[in-house]
Design a protein around this ligand. Structure first.
Ligand SMILES: *Cc1c(COP(=O)(O)O)cnc(C)c1O
Length: 324
């Protein structure tokens, strides 16, 4: 597995990995009927454990830990967190200690994901709900939480839940940059699932002028997602990026947010998609993404001749949370 913590030339490594990600034409009936082309970008294949967009979002956070001389990275996540899973894998590969902070008491039986991260060497820190509330009530919630954690676990770098910071978005720029190189400009828009919107912001900043980045929100309430994307985008977009932002966020396809029960239409779509294309989807992110793309196409969202790239952002370990 890749040990990118110890790389001397990290950017070259990141770009090389991003350029090696397969891009495959994929026929979805709703798109084909309208003359829309689709290429799937298989970031689910970028790494066995640091799957999909979490690979990119952790990349510069790791480098930051390294340049700060910090030997431990902590972050937040839930029972089926792809982010904690990727972080644990990063720690195992790079020799860094990792700490997973989870809201609530330790359950008698851990989820498969939490059991896996522990076996990869991550320390789990269950924080009582009331304490968690207090620590995140502060104006700068990360500073308060960081201090609380440092007192208990020693020096560490605290990464926001989902890798939602500027380093995270900066890593995702490599997705846009490599798509441009791989396709030599022969595409119009790139779509991705969005939860914190960090990947979308980086993707948008990584694309050249004239190309559009689109996000399908998987969350029920939008919260501050659009504002967060805008802030990250502006931090990253240095040159060659259009003044007016080149990203869109589409809502309404959350299907209950992180809810455990999928509507029947989505279940059916998943079954057909996986059987036909031999590509697995996860119910929280990429299933909603492809379902939304298909529905939007059907509703006439894109003109005939539009060439779409859809990013498979990985996260398949989280499927286990949906089994049965
Ligand atoms: C975490 C995750 C996302 C959401 O990414 P954001 O940058 O938070 O918007 C999308 N897809 C998968 C598979 C994920 O694990």
């Amino acid at each position: 597995m890749l040990n990118f913590y110890n790389e001397a030339a990290p950017l070259a490594i990141l770009q090389q990995r991003a350029l090696a990600v397969p891009m495959q034409p994929l026929v979805l009936p709703a798109l084909a009927r309208r003359g829309i082309e689709l290429i799937i970008r298989r970031d689910d294949l970028i790494d066995q454990q640091m799957s999909g967009n979490k690979f990119y979002k952790l990349f510069w956070n790791l480098q930051r830990a390294k340049s700060n001389g910090v030997q431990q990275i902590a972050s937040f996540g839930g029972a089926w967190s792809n982010h904690l899973y990727a972080l644990a894998a990063v720690g195992q590969a790079s020799g860094l200690k990792t700490l997973g902070v989870i809201r609530g008491d330790r359950p008698p039986v851990l989820s498969d994901t939490l059991r896996d991260v522990e076996s990869m060497g991550m320390t789990l820190c269950f924080v009582a709900r009331e304490t968690y509330r207090q620590l995140t009530r502060e104006a700068d919630q990360y500073a308060a939480f960081q201090q609380w954690l440092v007192e208990r676990y020693g020096d560490l770098l605290l990464v926001p839940e989902g890798g939602a910071n500027c380093e995270g978005a900066r890593g995702a720029m490599a997705i846009g940059q490599s798509i441009e190189q791989q396709l030599q400009g022969n595409y119009d828009e790139v779509w991705v699932a969005a939860a914190t919107g960090t990947t979308l912001a980086g993707l948008a900043a990584g694309l050249p002028a004239g190309k559009i980045a689109g996000g399908i929100s998987v969350l029920k309430g939008q919260g501050s997602m659009a504002a967060d994307i805008d802030r990250l985008y502006r931090q990253l977009a240095v040159t060659d990026v259009p003044q007016s932002s080149n990203w869109r966020l589409v809502t309404g396809f959350h299907a209950g947010g992180y809810a455990k029960k999928l509507p029947e239409a989505l279940q059916k779509f998943q079954k057909n998609f996986e059987e036909q294309h031999k590509v697995l989807l996860d119910p929280v992110y990429t299933l909603k993404l492809f379902f939304a793309i298909s529905s939007l196409a059907q509703a006439g969202y894109w003109a005939a001749g539009t060439r779409l790239v859809v990013v498979h952002s990985g996260g398949l370990q989280g499927r286990r949370g949906f089994a049965q």
